[in-house]
Design a protein around this ligand. Structure first.
Ligand SMILES: [Fe+2]
Ligand SMILES: [Fe+2]
Length: 189
């Protein structure tokens, strides 16, 4: 028996082609991001229930739930494991949402501007990359729709005076740094 040939086969099986690994990272990080987004709005709602902004936050939370459910299904379809830190992303999102909302409705909206800007750009990069590679046209349509919805969330938060929050620039910078770091981690782990 040719053991060399067999072990080569096993090695090939264990190392998926590059495109698959990239796609796995895309789906994993998107699922983690939507988990965090959904819980950010949940955390904001827990604090801002009854405020005039609650209806908009509820609307955004429902869209994040649909995004999350979509990536749940896609992880199953593509046989990709979720981030091992999934519960952490949920807890971090809730804390971020609740903490910013505790500073007031404008600070909650500032958080939304910061987060959605990063997520919108993140989805746009994936859309462009997959388009350039002529891969996954159906997924690209979904990602493009989600990108547009995230940017709508950003616009809603601008309309609700997120940019007038106290220490807006500093808060935005801190939150965006946190988001970008989380994205890098969730792609891999
Ligand atoms: Fe989303
Ligand atoms: Fe969003």
């Amino acid at each position: 028996m040719d053991y060399t040939a067999e072990s080569k086969y096993v090695m090939t099986e264990q190392s998926p082609p590059k495109a698959n690994q990239r796609l796995a990272e895309y789906l994993r990080v998107n699922h983690a991001g939507e988990r965090a987004a959904q819980t950010i709005y949940k955390g904001q709602l827990a604090v801002l229930k009854g405020h005039p902004q609650a209806a908009e936050i509820q609307h955004m939370m429902e869209q994040e739930q649909e995004h999350l459910d979509t990536f749940d299904t896609l992880l199953n379809d593509y046989k990709v494991r979720p981030s091992l830190l999934d519960p952490l992303w949920g807890a971090a999102g809730f804390m971020l949402g609740a903490a910013t909302a505790a500073l007031g409705p404008k600070a909650a909206m500032a958080c939304t501007i910061a987060v959605e800007e990063v997520i919108g750009t993140h989805y746009d990069r994936q859309v462009q990359d997959l388009n350039n590679r002529h891969e996954e046209p159906e997924l690209v349509k979904t990602l493009a729709r989600f990108r547009d919805e995230e940017l709508e969330h950003r616009d809603i938060a601008v309309e609700h005076d997120g940019r007038q929050a106290p220490a807006y620039g500093l808060m935005k910078a801190i939150i965006q740094t946190g988001c970008k770091t989380a994205i890098k981690i969730a792609e891999k782990i």
